[in-house]
Design a protein around this ligand. Structure first.
Ligand SMILES: Nc1ncnc2c1ncn2[C@@H]1O[C@H](COP(=O)(O)OP(=O)(O)OP(=O)(O)O)[C@@H](O)[C@H]1O
Length: 242
C-alpha cells in the first residue's frame, strides 16, 4: 500500500539558503508525525511544498500514490490534504460559521446549503458553537486557532498539516488543543504537526523527525529521537561526541 503522503527527494533553496536538500518523508493513513527543527530550518517551506504553495526545485510529491507535484493547492485540498497556518488568517469580516462554510464548499466541492449541518457540528466539536455568528476578526488567539482547525476539517481531510498551533497559548489552552488534535486523529485523519512546544507534540505523535540544514537528521520513536545526541547538539549546543 502506498504512503498516504510522500515527499520524494525534495530539494529547495532560496538564493544561498538551502531549506531542503533531497528530503524523503512519508506519512501513512491515520499516523501522527511530529516535525521539530530550529527556527528557519525549513519546516513551513516543507508544508508549502506538500500543499502546493511553494514549488520544489527538485523531487516529487505523491498523495495516495498519485503524483501531485504540479497540482494546484485547491486540487490537493480537494484530494484530502489540508493545512493550518502559523498565523491564522480567517476572513475577518465574515462570521465564524461563514468561514467554515466557505472552507467546506470550496475545499470539498460541496453545495453551500448541503454543508450547513456538518459545519454547525464542526463548530461544536471545535468549541466554537457559541461564537458561530460572531465576526471571525474579533476572536481570541485560542479561538482563531480553533477556527483554523474547523476550517481545515471542513474540507474533509485525510491528512492534516498543523503549523505551530500551540505557540502563544497558555498551558490550559494548550491542553484543550492537544485533546482536539487527539480527537481528530482518533477519527482516522493522519496528522503532521510542526511544533516548538515539545511536551504537547510528544503527547500526541507516534513518530518524530528533526529537520536541520535542509536534511532530516533524526527520525523514529519520539522519546528516542528527542534524547539523541544530534538533537541535543542542535538545541543545547552539546557536541554529539561530547
Ligand atoms: N519565499 C521566500 N523567499 C526567500 N526566503 C524564504 C522564503 N520562504 C522562506 N524563506 C527562508 O527560508 C528559511 C526557512 O523558512 P521556514 O519558514 O520554512 O522555516 P521554519 O523552519 O518553518 O521556521 P520557524 O520555526 O521560525 O517557523 C528561512 O531562512 C526563511 O527566511
Amino acid at each position: 500500500m502506498p504512503a498516504l503522503l510522500a515527499l520524494e527527494n525534495i530539494s529547495k533553496r532560496f538564493g544561498a539558503v538551502v531549506v531542503a536538500d533531497g528530503i524523503d518523508l512519508s506519512i501513512d493513513e491515520g499516523e501522527a508525525l511530529g516535525i521539530l527543527g530550529p527556527n528557519g530550518a525549513g519546516k513551513t517551506t516543507l508544508f508549502g511544498m506538500a500543499t502546493g504553495t511553494v514549488r520544489p526545485d527538485a523531487g516529487r510529491v505523491l498523495f495516495d500514490g498519485q503524483d501531485i507535484t504540479h497540482a494546484s493547492p485547491g486540487h490537493r485540498c480537494r484530494l484530502g490534504l489540508a493545512r493550518s497556518f502559523q498565523i491564522p488568517q480567517p476572513f475577518s469580516g465574515m462570521t465564524v460559521f461563514e468561514n467554515v462554510v466557505v472552507a467546506a464548499a470550496f475545499g470539498n466541492n460541496e453545495r453551500e446549503k448541503a454543508v450547513y449541518a456538518r459545519c454547525a457540528d464542526l463548530l461544536l466539536r471545535c468549541g466554537l458553537a457559541d461564537k458561530a455568528n460572531k465576526p471571525a476578526g474579533g476572536l481570541t488567539l485560542l479561538d482563531r486557532k480553533r477556527l483554523e482547525f474547523a476550517r481545515a476539517l471542513a474540507t474533509k481531510p485525510r491528512v492534516l498539516l498543523l503549523d505551530e498551533v500551540a505557540g502563544g497559548l497558555t498551558e490550559h489552552e494548550c491542553t484543550t488543543l492537544v485533546s482536539l488534535i487527539k480527537d481528530v486523529r482518533a477519527s482516522g485523519v493522519a496528522i503532521v504537526w510542526i511544533e516548538h512546544v515539545v511536551h504537547a507534540l510528544l503527547a500526541t505523535i507516534d513518530r518524530l523527525v528533526v529537520l536541520h540544514g535542509g536534511k532530516l537528521i533524526a527520525q523514529g520513536d519520539p522519546q528516542t529521537v528527542i534524547k539523541s545526541p544530534q538533537v541535543a547538539e542542535i538545541y543545547m549546543g552539546i557536541e554529539a561526541d561530547a
